[in-house]
Design a protein around this ligand. Structure first.
Ligand SMILES: [Zn+2]
Ligand SMILES: [Zn+2]
Length: 241
């Protein structure tokens, strides 16, 4: 028995780990937090996605989704690494609502790998987490978007851009209709007086892209503040329904 195995066994004995997606006991730590069976079910977005917002298209014969065809979004380009389905959906839930912040490094690896292999993102000057309002931050204890942005910032030695704040205590978007979501986040953000990213290319990072209204509202503010290009990368996105 190698030294590493011995410590792994000890660690598993004292800190038994369970797969955040299915709850099964995970015996090896080499695959990260998920068990092998769940790990293999991750649905990466490789093809049939909207060239504007990056969501999987219902009709893969078109290049842009209806929202992008209408020119709804203010960002230049958005992409997601995986679909918002099992098992990543369960992982994000555990991360945000069960406080499993250790998942941030696993998510960070998925995001970093994506950035490394997609030249659209090679010119980025800095990374922006979607800010949480103070009241939500107090309730949750952490900003999930900031944890993801920190992982990217560390991997690529990119500065974190924190001179943006959320000024409106918005409702959770989960149970809102698309129109309500849009209204809910309108005017939700502002840049601080020391914001110095005019003329720069910035990357907004978040966990989920659903209707896109949150990152869109933030992108609008960033464009108004003079950012030359606003790119968005989210871990997961919902299929366009
Ligand atoms: Zn599992
Ligand atoms: Zn689109």
């Amino acid at each position: 028995m190698g030294k590493r195995n011995f410590f792994e066994i000890l660690e598993n004995f004292f800190l038994p780990r369970h797969c955040p997606a299915c709850g099964d006991y995970v015996s090896s730590s080499s695959l990260g937090p998920l068990c092998l069976s769940c790990f293999e079910k991750i649905e990466y977005i490789h093809s049939s996605f909207c060239l504007g917002c990056g969501r999987m298209l219902e009709a893969p014969s078109t290049l842009f989704c209806p929202s992008c065809q209408k020119g709804t979004f203010r960002f230049d380009l958005a992409r997601s690494v995986v679909t918002y389905t099992f098992p990543i959906r369960e992982c994000i839930w555990a991360f945000k609502y069960r406080g499993m912040v250790s998942l941030a490094s696993f998510f960070g690896d998925l995001l970093s790998e994506y950035l490394l292999t997609h030249p659209d993102f090679y010119q980025v000057d800095g990374v922006i987490p979607v800010p949480l309002h103070l009241s939500r931050l107090k309730e949750r204890g952490f900003n999930q978007s900031l944890l993801l942005a920190k992982e990217i910032s560390r991997s690529f030695k990119l500065p974190l851009i924190l001179e943006v704040e959320r000024i409106k205590p918005t409702l959770s978007q989960v149970n809102l209709t698309p129109i309500e979501r849009k209204r809910n986040v309108k005017g939700a953000f502002r840049v601080l007086p020391d914001f110095s990213w005019s003329g720069k290319e910035v990357l907004v990072v978040d966990d989920i892209f659903t209707t896109g209204s949150t990152v869109n509202s933030l992108s609008q503010i960033l464009k108004q503040a003079g950012c030359a290009k606003v790119l968005v990368l989210t871990l997961a996105s919902a299929r366009i329904s």
